[in-house]
Each structure stands twice: as C-alpha cells, then as structure tokens.
Design a protein around this ligand. Structure first.
Ligand code: AGP
Length: 591
C-alpha cells in the first residue's frame, strides 16, 4: 500500500490538529480511510479511524479534538484487507499500550500472525500491518525495552515497510525498509513522516533516514540506530520547497494549477548545477549501452528520451518499463548506464530496477522531481526537474519537466541537435494554455458522451498518444487507448465505428502523410476525428491547433498540453475529482 504515515511528539502543543493537517497535505498518497491515535494525559492510547478522506473522517469523528502531546496518523491506500473501519490504521496491540501506522507490505504476515494467535494474541483486522503491533507487544513485554523490541521485530519482518509505533510511555519508534520515512525537527517537536510535505508547515529541517534505520523519539530527542543496533547519526537538511507551493491558489484543483505551471516549470527543469550536469552528460557520452526506465508517465518520458537519444547521439538507447526490468537484464553489465526517471523518486518498481542494475555492475543516473527521494540518493548522479511539489495524482508538469531536462542534456552532449530552447518552448506552451477555454468547449459541446477514446500517433507522437490515453483513464475514468498509427490495420481498426472518437496526433513532419491515411481509414468506419496539428484538414471533425516546432522531437512538449486539459475538463464533466482519482496513489511504493 502507498499510504501516508505521520507521528508527532511535541513538548508544547496538543498534536491532533497538526496530525490531521499533515494527513491532508499527504492525502495524494492514498485516501481510502484515515485514522489518528493520541496518548491522552491518562497514558491511555485512544484511537479514532474511519472510511473516507481526511475532511470526511475528521468531521464525523472530530479527530482534531483528540488530546495528547504525542500521536500518530495515517491515510490509507488499501492492498491487504478491504476498505473497512477495522482495517483502517492505527492498529493497537491487545493491551492497546502500543499502536502502529504503516506504509508498505509485510510479505510474511500470515505465518507471523499464526504464531502470534497461537500465543493468545487477538487480531481485530485483516491487515498485514497489525502483526507489527502484536510483535512489538510480544517483545516489549519480554524486555520492557523499546530498542530491543524494535530490533527483534524488524528481524522477523519481510517485505517493504515504513512504520511508526506509539508506546504508552510517550515514545515514538519508527523503522524503514524500502519505504520513505523522514524525520522533521523543530524547536519544540519531532515529526516522523512519509514525506516532507507532512511537516513542511512547521519546519524545513529534515533528517532523512537511510534504509534499515530505526529511530526512537522521546522527550530527550531522536535516537537513530541501524537494524543491527549500531547507533548512527543522520544529518539535518534544509528542505528547498516553499509551503506556498502546495496551495491551490486561485485554481479549483491542483491538477489544473499544475498544468498551468508548465509555462515556467519547463524552464526550471533546465536550471542545473554545472558540475552535476557535466558528470551526468559525460556518463551518458561514455556509456556502451543506455537503458532508460520508468513507470506510467515516466515510462512515456523514457520512450521519448530513448528515441531522441538515438537520433541526437547516434547510439542505442533502450526504453524498458520498470516493472518489466527484471525480465530484461541480460544485456546489463559494467558498460551499461541505466537512466531511471521518476517524479516521486519512490516508485518501488523503479527502485528495484536500479538495485538490480547496480548489482549487475551498471552505473545509475536518475531524473527526479523530489530531490530528497530514495532514487535521488540511490543514483550515482541525480538531476532534479525543479517543478515544485506535484500534488495532483496525474503527472502533468513533471512530464514536460522530465522531457525538457532530458532534451537539454541531449543537446549539451550533441551540440544542440534537438534545439531545445526553453524560452521558445515556454512561450508556445503559454499560447497553448491560453486556448484552454476552447478545449473546455470541445469537451462540453462538441464531444459526444463516449466510453472509448483512441489516440493515434507515429514516431515521437506515439508516446504522446500513450500519455494522453493515460490521462483520460486516470482523470476521467474513460477507456482510452494510445495506438501506434501504423498498427491500426493489424487489429485496432476492428474497434472503429460511429461510436469511436479518435484523436490524431498529426503535425506536418515526416509522419504527416502516413498518419493522414490512418485518419482516412478510421473516418471511413464512421469514427469522429479530432486532429491535433499545426495544419488544418477537412478530415477532422474538430481540430486543436498546435504551434509549428523547429524540430519534430519538440512536438511532445506542446501536443500533450491539450490532452492534459481535455482530460481535466472531461473529469469535471464526469463529476470525478481530478486530484484524487479512485484506486490510485501519487507514488506507488509497492511492487
Ligand atoms: C501518471 O499520471 C501516474 N500518476 C502514474 O502513472 C505515474 O506516472 C507512475 O506511478 C510513476 O510515478 P513516478 O514518476 O513518481 O515514478
């Protein structure tokens, strides 16, 4: 599960309002159910939890009114156990002297649970998480020592996890293994959170726990040690992000705000420290073979980067979907460079791909948006796209930021073969965004109610057909399919009839003629065609005009804008919350 977890211990304030506020800021990580536990002055742990989003659960259970200077909170994206009140976190142990919130998957929870049940433990939920609470109870009862109980417990857990446990003596104990966990430090409080956004409103001082770190936080401070029990120190870093970046401002949703931020984010992506981008480019230039990997939208960037890399550098770039990486390892060796692309830098499939590649001797480069993420810290060199926090689950500004950075890197190595000019691209995107009202009208007036939308494209336009389809799926819950236009006759043409709506990505480059024939093929079957092009044609029932680009490789940066807008307005028409689509989470931290 990719949930958000938060723990706060304060010497000054009751923590419940802050816990709820933190969960709201991290809600994009998962939003099936929510819960809070605090330690009341009576040293009794009280738990309140329910199904729904933070505001809903808070208004029905008055989470912000819970008392106590220590507390933990959780918003869930379910994997193990249905979306129910009793499966919501926090999970207490039998005596309720310990309560736990967790992100990740405990793969061996069933055998552990059987053992604990044999010992008389009573389970209240179907979750994997609850075993952590009972294991801690078991070991703590034996040793009355939180450190010993944590070391015993993590030695038994298999899988990926970050958890925060609250003990009735007022301590918080947390541990991480392949899931993000960061400690926030302020004058009068400590925060243990999945994400810096969980405490950015209180402090920009962060301590990033390494994998296999445990932290025990009590009134005397944070004590960190490894899973082997060795004390370690972790430096405090100033987080670069401004709190203001996570407010919607005058926009109705984060998604539309972030779509409009592309006017500037495509430029920000190219502001890089000289020494870092030099090493990054030299590593690519010297590489024997280059594999580009990512998931979802970041995989679409990998496709575009590979195609542009081959063309600009005349060397082989191989795009590999991160979830398929482990089945495509044969060509990886010490001459291989793996370029891993990820907005969050926490996607489990991407992290495991880089781990496997490194074990096979490859060098790891990464392009991320979250510069403090696990992937940024795992790479030999990592460049950040500086897009600022992306809260909307659907990736928008991060996509054009990734492509802009990849292009400026390739231009630097090839002496400008792509011709990426950040100011020119930003101007063209600004013009596209100025036409958003026309897209809204297209959705609300021209567009019939359809269940199936197809997007056709060739060459560099095919990844945009895939990306547009992904946005329509996750934002508007419409079945949309990106199709390589040349593959139409080999099957998908059977789907074309008068109910089909087909976007044709067809600017006047070397793909123009062939793609126009594809448009004729679907038109003769009665489909409605929406052209995305810089040249008009009668074949289109409706057309979205895009600017002419000097180099065809640059078209993705303008073609995607109307598809993002179209998906957003279609979501509104379908009464879907564009920021928090059902069943999805912003960073998928499980395989
Ligand atoms: C895209 O809109 C989705 N949110 C999803 O496909 C996303 O791109 C994917 O999960 C990868 O995330 P990452 O870039 O943070 O690794």
């Amino acid at each position: 599960m990719c949930c958000s977890i938060i723990g706060i211990i304060s010497s000054k304030n009751v923590v419940a309002p802050a816990l709820v506020d933190s969960l709201k800021r991290m809600e994009y990580r998962g939003y099936d159910s929510v819960g809070v536990a605090t330690l009341a002055t009576t040293n009794r742990i009280s738990v309140r939890k329910g199904i729904g989003k933070v505001n809903q659960v808070n208004s029905s259970l008055n989470l912000t009114e819970m008392e106590g200077f220590v507390g933990i909170g959780h918003s869930r994206w379910a994997t193990h156990g249905g979306v129910t009140d009793y499966n919501a976190h926090p999970h207490p142990c039998c005596t309720e002297d310990i309560a736990v919130v967790h992100n990740g998957i405990i793969e061996n929870y069933l055998p552990l649970k059987e053992e604990l049940v044999k010992k008389g433990h009573r389970f209240r939920s179907e979750t994997d998480t609850e075993v952590i609470a009972h294991l801690l109870e078991d070991h703590y009862n034996a040793s009355r020592d939180i450190k010993a109980a944590m070391l015993e417990t993590v030695s038994q857990l298999e899988g990926s996890y970050a958890f925060v446990a609250m003990f009735a003596n007022g301590s918080l104990a947390c541990a991480r293994l392949d899931e993000p966990l960061v400690i926030g430090v302020s004058d009068n409080a400590y925060y243990a959170s999945s994400d810096v956004l969980g405490f950015l409103q209180y402090t920009d001082q962060a301590m990033f726990l390494d994998n296999r770190d445990i932290a025990i936080i009590d009134r005397d401070g944070a004590h960190i040690f490894t899973f082997a029990g060795e004390p370690v120190t972790r430096g405090v870093t100033k987080v670069a992000w401004e709190l203001a970046d996570v407010n919607k401002g005058e926009f109705a949703h984060y998604t539309i705000k972030e779509i409009f931020e592309q006017r500037t984010s495509v430029k920000a992506a190219t502001y890089q420290e000289e020494h870092k981008i030099k090493v990054f480019c030299d590593t690519i230039a010297a590489a024997g073979n280059i594999i580009v990997t990512g998931s979802g939208t970041s995989y679409h960037t990998s496709l575009i980067t590979s195609m542009a890399g081959c063309r600009a550098l005349k060397k082989r770039f191989e795009p590999v979907m991160a979830s398929e990486f482990k089945y495509n390892m044969d060509s990886i060796d010490k001459d291989t460079v793996v370029l891993a692309i990820s907005q969050s830098g926490e996607t489990a499939d991407v992290l495991s791909a880089t781990k496997l590649a490194r074990a096979a001797g490859a060098k790891i480069l990464s392009i991320v948006n979250v510069s403090t993420s696990s992937l940024a810290r795992a790479a030999d060199v990592s460049l950040a796209i500086n897009s600022g926090p992306e809260i909307g689950v659907a990736a928008t500004k991060s996509f054009t930021g990734q492509v802009s950075l990849a292009y400026s890197v390739l231009d630097r190595i090839s002496g400008g073969r792509i011709g990426f000019d950040r100011d020119a691209v930003s101007d063209k995107i600004t013009k596209m965004l100025a036409g958003s009202a026309a897209i809204e009208r297209l959705v609300n007036v021209t567009m019939p109610k359809v269940n199936d939308i197809y997007l056709l494209g060739r060459s560099i336009h095919f990844p945009i057909a895939l990306e547009g389809a992904l946005k329509m799926k996750e934002l508007a819950y419409v079945h949309a399919e990106g199709i390589a236009a040349g593959e139409l006759k080999h099957g998908p043409l059977a789907l074309m009839d008068k109910n089909a709506v087909v976007f044709v990505l067809n600017p006047d480059d070397k793909t123009y003629g062939d793609t126009l024939s594809s448009a004729h093929e679907v038109k003769t079957r009665g489909a409605k065609i929406i052209g995305i092009s810089n040249v008009s044609n009668d074949i289109y029932d409706a057309m979205i005009e895009i600017p002419k680009m000097e180099n065809e490789l640059l078209y993705p940066l303008v073609e995607v804008i109307p598809l993002q807008l179209f998906s957003y307005y279609l979501a509104l028409r379908n009464n879907v919350d564009p920021d928090f689509p059902r069943n999805l989470a912003k960073s998928v931290t499980v395989k």
